[in-house]
Design a protein around this ligand. Structure first.
Ligand code: HEC
Ligand code: HEC
Length: 371
């Protein structure tokens, strides 16, 4: 550009750079002063930055900078801090009995948050993201349990699974009454009608033919009154909660072919702590039995005051309780809401401030335990 003749623009009186496009010429105005000042400041800032922080690549890494700061160090420090706090919870959690966990808001929140995170990774594909289940996969938020709903029951289910192939798995098999010709088709019709009548408005007719067939073939597992048998994982047939569908056809098929749902075992796949956290989480979802069962005063599914602490829950859900059928589960289906303890006003106030922090730590436990 140096060879261009000095040329002054007629209109502005400013020198041009000599660049021209279709008759338009570029003026050679100086850069604004404020711009120059900012530019110089950034250069000075940049030099300062090189000195203070790691900047120049070297053969073995980078110049250290006078502050000695690195992102690795920062990460390590925060990791160490989190681990220390988490180990404190984990240590307490391991030492505490279930009762103690239930009575310690921090540990309870820690267990539930860890369980919720584990549930998302391991259980939602079968039980649904809100644990509300679907055909063949039980709803874990209601008080209708196949195998039992105390923390210990749930923990056992999780450890060994159901028909999972584990030697200690919960095991049982309903006979295929139709396929194996244990009952004739008309007999199956009779007994299906009888089973359906349990949850109908009319009620069951104990003198019917179906009643007799039921007593001889089904009562041993499902109980004389059809209220279920937990030693066999035999569902309660009187509560209008159906694992395999509620139409006459569904029930007929179940009796004709039988079902044998498989729940995998987690022994050896998840750590002891993780399984326990999961059991406590599932127990907290709304249907938990025994110690620590939620007494939901504000919600519709009120557990009657003075309900038996241990042992069986009443077969029929309390009047107006949301059952399995209306797609709405007992508690808000989004796990986020569940783990925040929002469904449990009683414990909420104490837990709320702790939860996000405890939750993060618990999630770390999860990642640890997966290794
Ligand atoms: C491959 C699908 C599958 C996965 C994954 C799975 N489950 Fe299950 N689960 C089932 C089935 C099917 C049943 C019902 C078995 C039966 O019919 O008795 C069941 C039953 C249960 C029960 C017993 C319910 C009762 O009424 O007694 C609990 C508790 C449970 N699951 C919790 C979990 C948890 C927690 C996880 C994640 C760690 C999980 N499940 C993962 C399929 C699964
Ligand atoms: C050996 C024990 C056993 C006997 C006997 C038995 N059942 Fe079952 N029944 C079960 C089990 C276990 C299940 C649950 C299967 C599963 O979870 O996969 C079941 C499930 C059912 C279901 C499905 C319930 C639901 O919620 O969808 C119906 C209906 C049923 N049985 C009816 C009968 C009838 C009728 C008879 C007699 C003709 C009978 N059962 C005999 C063990 C038994």
């Amino acid at each position: 550009m140096s060879d261009h003749k000095k040329e002054i623009d007629q209109v502005t009186g400013v020198e041009t750079t000599g660049h021209e496009w279709d008759g338009l010429k570029e003026l050679n105005n100086p850069a604004p002063r404020w711009w120059i000042i900012v530019w110089v400041i950034t250069i000075i800032w940049g030099i300062g930055y090189w000195i203070v922080y790691p900047a120049w690549p070297t053969l073995s890494g980078a110049t250290e900078g006078t502050m000695g700061w690195t992102q690795f160090k920062e990460l390590e420090e925060s990791q160490a801090e989190i681990m220390a706090r988490q180990n404190q919870y984990l240590g307490d959690f391991q030492k505490a009995t279930d009762d103690q966990v239930l009575n310690d808001p921090k540990l309870y929140a820690f267990a539930k948050a860890g369980g919720a995170a584990l549930f998302k990774t391991n259980c939602v594909m079968c039980h649904g993201s809100g644990a509300q289940g679907s055909i063949g996969f039980p709803n874990l938020t209601d008080d209708d349990w196949l195998w039992g709903g105390t923390i210990a029951d749930i923990e056992q289910t999780l450890h060994y699974g159901i028909r999972s192939g584990h030697e200690k798995a919960r095991q049982s098999q309903m006979p295929s009454f139709g396929r194996d010709e244990l009952l004739s088709k008309p007999e199956i019709e009779e007994v299906v009608d009888y089973v359906l009548s349990f949850s109908s408005d009319k009620g069951a007719d104990a003198k019917s033919k179906g009643a007799e067939i039921f007593a001889n073939n089904c009562a041993s597992c499902h109980g004389e009154k059809g209220t279920g048998g937990r030693e066999f994982g035999a569902p309660n047939l009187t509560d209008a909660v159906w694992l395999y569908g509620d139409t006459r056809e569904d029930v007929y098929k179940t009796v004709f072919y039988a079902h044998a749902g498989v729940m995998p075992f987690w022994d050896g796949k998840l750590s002891e702590d993780a399984i326990r956290q999961l059991a406590i989480y599932v127990h907290s979802l709304g249907g938990g039995e025994g110690k620590g069962a939620i007494k939901v005063e504000a919600e519709e599914n009120v557990v009657p005051a003075g309900a038996p602490e241990e042992a069986e829950m009443p077969a029929q859900p309390a009047a107006g309780a949301p059952g399995f059928e209306p797609a709405a589960p007992a508690v808000d289906p989004s796990a986020e809401n569940l783990e925040g303890g929002e469904a449990h006003p009683a414990s909420d106030s104490t837990l709320a401030p702790e939860t996000p922090e405890v939750k993060k730590e618990a999630e770390k436990t999860v990642n640890e335990s997966k290794r």
